[in-house]
Write a new protein. Structure first.
Length: 98
């Protein structure tokens, strides 16, 4: 019974992730993140934490935990998933003006 429940959750996640975009998104490795100012990364981490997308340490490092928070936010907003800090992310988090 537990296996069926896990399978249903997994299928639901796959369907919901695929519903936001019809284009394939390449896998991004941790070395592929764009370098960003640590002060900006800290602001992003705080904004993600305040919205429930990040539970890690606010350290100004764009690592896997921060990238995962960015991805989760982008999926919920039905935006193209790219774990980088760019202008659209800063605007969506209220860090920069449009």
């Amino acid at each position: 019974m537990a296996e069926i429940s896990r399978l249903m959750v997994l299928i639901g996640m796959v369907v919901s992730l695929g519903a936001c975009s019809d284009e394939s998104v390449p896998l991004v490795r941790s070395q592929g993140f764009y370098p960003t100012n640590p002060a900006t990364v800290r602001k992003v981490q705080i904004a993600l934490r305040n919205r429930g997308y990040y539970a890690g340490v606010v350290d100004g490092f764009l690592g896997e935990n921060t990238a995962t928070g960015i991805r989760r936010l982008q999926v919920d907003q039905c935006k193209r998933v790219k774990p980088i800090i760019d202008r659209s992310l800063l605007v969506s988090l209220g860090i920069a003006n449009d």
